[in-house]
Design a binder for this molecule. Structure first.
Ligand SMILES: Nc1ncnc2c1ncn2[C@@H]1O[C@H](COP(=O)(O)OP(=O)(O)OP(=O)(O)O)[C@@H](O)[C@H]1O
Ligand SMILES: [Mg+2]
Length: 276
């Protein structure tokens, strides 16, 4: 169980995440939705340790992680997609994934300096890295330096690195944003595959309601940093608070880049003023 209790962060006077208490069970994919600026990414950052909470706690499997560094949390099983700035841009795709695999495996150094053993490790690590790259349809990119990857491939690589960590908790923040139409299904298939492992906890921030509807076992809604709805997808999507949160968006919000306006997927709002 992953649990946040009264998790809060203030930036100056602004409360970006406001006393969010929520527990996430293994075998469950929870979608986190809400308007732009609602605090979804900030909530992730508080869980992964990229940001320090002003108040409240984060615990995984009963272990309090609130004071821990991001890397300690990764070792505890929290998997946050890598930012590309964490990659070795001059190394190839395969080398980066292999390093991530290596970081999670007990290496040769634990068994002493045995060259055969090191060579065997190297081969096993490479095979594992290649298997991961195959699952994100990037095997043919193995020898490409990370720095010269197109955007869609960079996003897929982030997911590959997350897979390499084999975390207990997978956190995806708009994993298909900026991807081409033929690339997004690769990531969505992968999340479908991950869902089959009932020991995993999956958190997905996603604006596309058709994706949420298909993948989520549960939806929580953040608005202005506050958890305002939590429940089964159909019920949450139909709830007044979600209708309000989404239909309250202005056209300016909707035109700001990658935001996919969810109106078309939502049931009729019963007369709230919609833009023509
Ligand atoms: N490091 C920071 N310093 C100051 N304010 C911040 C910081 N990070 C986030 N915020 C503010 O916190 C609020 C929540 O932002 P956040 O990025 O978490 O929203 P979001 O729900 O992920 O939005 P989006 O759907 O656009 O990705 C915003 O008002 C944002 O400006
Ligand atoms: Mg965000």
């Amino acid at each position: 169980m992953l649990e946040t209790r009264d998790l809060t962060i203030r930036f100056g006077g602004h409360v970006a995440v406001n006393a969010v208490s929520c527990a996430f069970a293994p075998g469950t994919l929870t979608a986190i939705v809400g308007p732009n600026g609602a605090g979804k990414t900030t909530y992730f950052n508080l869980i992964s340790g990229q940001l320090r909470a002003s108040a409240g706690t984060v615990a995984l499997g009963g272990r309090d992680l609130t004071g821990q560094s991001p890397s300690a949390r990764t070792r505890a099983g929290l998997g946050r997609a890598f930012q590309l700035t964490n990659l070795f841009a001059g190394l190839t795709v395969l080398e980066n994934v292999r390093l991530a695999v290596q970081a999670t495996r007990a290496g040769a150094h634990r068994r002493g300096l045995n060259l055969w053993s090191i060579w065997g490790d190297h081969r096993a690590l490479t095979e594992r890295a290649q298997a991961i790259l195959r699952t994100v349809s990037m095997l043919e990119r193995s020898d490409t330096p990370v720095a010269s990857l197109p955007h869609g491939d960079q996003r897929k690589l982030e997911v590959a690195l997350l897979m390499a960590l084999e975390p207990q908790v997978y956190m995806f923040d708009e994993p298909t944003a900026g991807m081409d139409h033929d690339e997004a299904p690769v990531i969505l298939n992968l999340i479908r595959e991950l869902k089959k492992d009932k020991t995993k906890i999956i958190l997905l921030v996603e604006h596309k309601m058709d994706v949420v509807r298909e993948l989520a076992d549960r939806i929580i809604v953040l608005t202005n940093g506050t958890l305002v709805a939590d429940g089964a997808p159909a019920e949450v999507i139909a709830s007044p608070v979600v209708q309000e949160a989404y239909l309250g968006l202005t056209p300016q919000d909707a035109s700001g880049g990658t935001y996919a306006l969810p109106h078309p997927d939502l049931p009729p709002s019963g007369g709230r003023g919609e833009q023509p």
